[in-house]
Design a protein around this ligand. Structure first.
Ligand code: HEM
Length: 404
């Protein structure tokens, strides 16, 4: 098969419209296509909605690998073991076992119980936004609100005491953005974070409370429980998976609304509509541009293409969610759209475990922003905003707004 030139365009720093255009161009060349990534790795990029959904649920499209995060060539084996034994890298039957055990602790009740705390965190952060934005000075809504909110919520969920929050937040932001830091900085932060998670595990074992770590430690089913490496890896995964994604749902969601004032007016007129609006924001501009890589365990037919065994498969969620065969007029943000099942949280056995938490945070955060700052507007024209260079995240570098 003829090899196309390596693709870089969806992964570089770019304006939001340019990234969507890059995915649209890839989708126009076919819903399932082998492309060469700029990293030199050939992948089967799945840009069609039906095809991506089928691939994500296919039993022969698996993870089939250990951890392959940043700097894995220099990460000590013991540290790698404490980061990599989690469900996103696992296949059945390991995945089934891990997901069952973790779901027993990550319950809807525990998530719903976070709501009053999230409201308090949101109100406190927005007081600061309001003070910083007095007299019309621009505020970076991502730095002041989008990032601190999910990180504080994750600290609450896991039961990190307030006096350790600052260290915890610092290690987490370096560890989850490993690829933008030199290897030694990443290894130092990841080691400190994992050591601290082990300390927390020991504390919660000795003195359990009602946080998630205590819940994970206590989970036991049919004599089965999570091992020490599985526990540390799970906490690590929750931080990696739940921090930036949620920050960019809030940042990217608010940016999309501010760039479409007619749509923002509709939401303001009927705040009860917010849950459905958030689904449209996830479809229109989801925070995960692709899923994490999968691999074919056998030849697999997706659409009218057969992918040979042993190939890397990359579902492009951002383009699948703008597939005109699934979503009429997909380039239009339409907050009145009947919520349809988008792929922003993935699909199949790895469907996002944290989706209810992300939705709850987004509903409270966007509701409060819209309510408290009726005059909020972008401080720069939408086309001057830029997205970070990333293989995975669809997130702005900054979101300057004027709040008064
Ligand atoms: C899995 C997106 C928030 C925890 C996933 C996957 C996607 C995703 C696309 C599947 C990846 C794949 O198939 O390779 C998002 C988005 C979020 C978000 C867009 C925010 C808007 C969260 C939060 C948490 C979380 C808040 C937890 C605190 C997880 C976990 C998995 C996962 C544990 C792995 C599930 C498994 O392998 O069974 N997420 N996520 N996510 N997410 Fe999220």
């Amino acid at each position: 098969m003829a090899e196309s030139p390596p693709i870089t365009s969806p992964f570089v720093e770019a304006a939001p419209a340019a990234r969507h255009a890059a995915f649209a161009e890839l989708a126009a060349a076919g819903p399932v296509r082998r492309v060469m990534l700029f990293t030199g790795v050939p992948v089967w990029l799945i840009t069609g909605y039906a095809e991506a959904r089928e691939a994500l649920a296919h039993p022969d499209i698996i993870k089939g690998k250990g951890g392959d995060g940043p700097h894995r060539d220099v990460v000590p084996a013991e540290l790698a073991a404490a980061m990599d034994h989690h469900l996103l890298g696992a296949d059945p039957p390991d995945h089934t076992r891990l997901r069952r055990l973790v779901s027993a602790a990550f319950t809807r009740r525990r998530i719903e119980g976070l709501e009053p705390g999230i409201r308090l965190i949101v109100d406190g952060l927005l007081d600061d936004v309001s003070a910083a934005g007095e007299r019309g000075a621009p505020v970076d809504l991502l730095a002041a609100f989008g990032y601190p909110l999910p990180l504080t919520v994750l600290g609450d969920l896991l039961g990190v005491p307030v006096d350790r929050r600052r260290d915890f937040q610092e290690w987490t932001s370096v560890a989850i953005n490993g690829s933008v830091h030199p290897a030694e900085t990443f290894v130092a932060a990841a080691t400190a974070l994992i050591d601290y998670v082990r300390e927390l595990l020991a504390q919660k074992r000795a003195d359990p409370s009602d946080d998630l770590i205590s819940g994970l430690v206590a989970v036991r089913e049919d004599g089965d429980r999570l091992s020490e490496d599985e526990l540390t890896s799970m906490v690590f995964l929750l931080l990696v998976a739940g921090y930036e994604t949620t920050a960019h749902l809030i940042g990217g969601g608010m940016q999309a609304l501010l760039a479409h004032p007619d749509q923002l007016d509709l939401v303001r007129a009927d705040p009860d509509r917010l849950p459905a609006v958030i689904e449209e924001l996830l479809r229109f501009n989801g925070p995960a541009q692709v899923a994490t890589p999968y691999r074919t365990a056998a030849p697999v037919r997706i659409g009218d293409v057969t992918i040979p065994a042993g190939e890397v498969v990359l579902p492009a969620l951002l383009s699948a969610d703008r597939d005109p065969r699934q979503f009429p007029d997909p380039e239009r943000l339409d907050v009145t759209r009947q919520p349809a099942s988008h792929l922003a949280f993935g699909h199949g056995i790895h469907h996002c475990l944290g989706a209810p938490l992300a939705r709850l945070e987004a509903r409270i955060a966007l509701g409060a922003l819209i309510d408290r700052f009726p005059k909020m507007r972008l401080a720069v024209p939408p086309e001057e905003l830029t997205l970070q260079a990333s293989m995975l995240i669809n997130g702005l570098t900054t979101l300057p707004v004027v709040v008064t």
